[in-house]
Design a protein around this ligand. Structure first.
Ligand SMILES: NC(=O)c1ccc[n+]([C@@H]2O[C@H](COP(=O)([O-])OP(=O)(O)OC[C@H]3O[C@@H](n4cnc5c(N)ncnc54)[C@H](OP(=O)(O)O)[C@@H]3O)[C@@H](O)[C@H]2O)c1
Length: 266
């Protein structure tokens, strides 16, 4: 990764020139902001999601369902072809099954859906792309987890458990591939205003009969955010960019929260 002496608040200009980046779930929300952040710093970017988009937020788009083994294998092959190799892999795609009746309502299908989408998507993609990184003796992997890995919500326990499993997996992977010059870290967002959170607010206001703004205020109060407001996707993107840069050359096997202060430390 190249560096220049010209710097800005968000790092050296052109910091990612020539760096090849794959962002899963890169068409919306946090993933879109990450893709834009890398592209603005000169990276070659591929974004992936299930729903085709006319105009990706940055770089090239590949359609793939990452909850399936075929989808991850296909994405790994196509991203490698498009980019010529992947230097930075951001495993951001994720979603949660909403269980208004609580965790005991979760069926096996609910569990496997959330494990496939949030954990196995990353496991499979890492496994497919790591041989190339190992051969080049460099690479960065970022796993996007969730504050729910520490504070599981009753209405989304399969998701919380999948994110907690991803945290442990990420640490173990960092231990294993550090000797090959590859760094692996976890980014833990708190409440970030994205299409996923809008969908959650729509559900809350439909269930409770409250208007959208009241539902939003109540969610913010319930989460308890010392900074008083949800984060922006760009706040997460900035942390991902830092962790992927040479400025973070000695950082691996760890978790970094971006949460306005909401997630307890233990
Ligand atoms: N927003 C928050 O407050 C928050 C908090 C903690 C953690 N997170 C985590 O941050 C990540 C991004 O969340 P977000 O809020 O930005 O979500 P979002 O607005 O719903 O965007 C999710 C992205 O992932 C893609 N995606 C979902 N399932 C996929 C699948 N099976 N295969 C391929 N792509 C898939 C979506 O596109 P398609 O639907 O078209 O496939 C979309 O591009 C997730 O891992 C989430 O768990 C978010």
């Amino acid at each position: 990764m190249t560096s220049t002496t010209e710097t800005s608040a968000s790092g050296p200009a052109g910091e990612f020139a020539g760096v090849r980046v794959l962002v899963t779930g890169g068409t919306k929300g946090i993933g879109a902001a990450i893709a834009i952040r890398f592209a603005e710093a000169g990276a070659d970017v591929v974004v992936a999601a299930r729903t085709p988009v006319d105009e990706p937020p940055a770089g090239k788009f590949v359609a793939a369902d990452l909850a399936t083994a075929e989808g991850t294998a296909d994405l790994a092959a196509r991203a490698t072809r498009l980019l010529g190799g992947v230097d930075v892999l951001v495993n951001n795609a994720g979603s949660q099954t909403y269980l208004p009746g609580g965790a005991l309502d979760a069926t096996d299908d609910d569990w496997y859906r959330d494990l496939d989408t949030n954990l196995m998507s990353a496991v499979r993609l890492d496994r497919a792309l790591l041989p190339g990184m190992i051969a080049r003796h460099h690479g960065v992997i970022v796993h996007i987890t969730s504050g729910q890995a520490r504070l599981p919500g009753a209405a989304s326990l399969p998701y919380a458990a999948a994110k907690a499993a991803t945290t442990v997996y990420s640490k173990g992977l960092a231990n294993e591939v550090g000797k090959h010059g590859i760094r692996v870290n976890t980014v833990v967002p708190g409440l970030i205003e994205t299409p996923a959170v809008s969908r959650r607010l729509d559900r809350i206001s439909a269930d409770s009969g409250r208007d959208a703004e009241t539902a939003r205020r109540e969610l913010i109060d319930r989460v308890g955010i010392p900074l008083g407001h949800p984060g922006r996707p760009a706040d997460v993107a900035e942390l991902v960019a830092f962790l992927s840069s040479d400025r973070a050359a000695y950082l691996t096997g760890s978790q970094y929260v971006v949460d306005g202060g909401s997630i307890p430390t233990v």
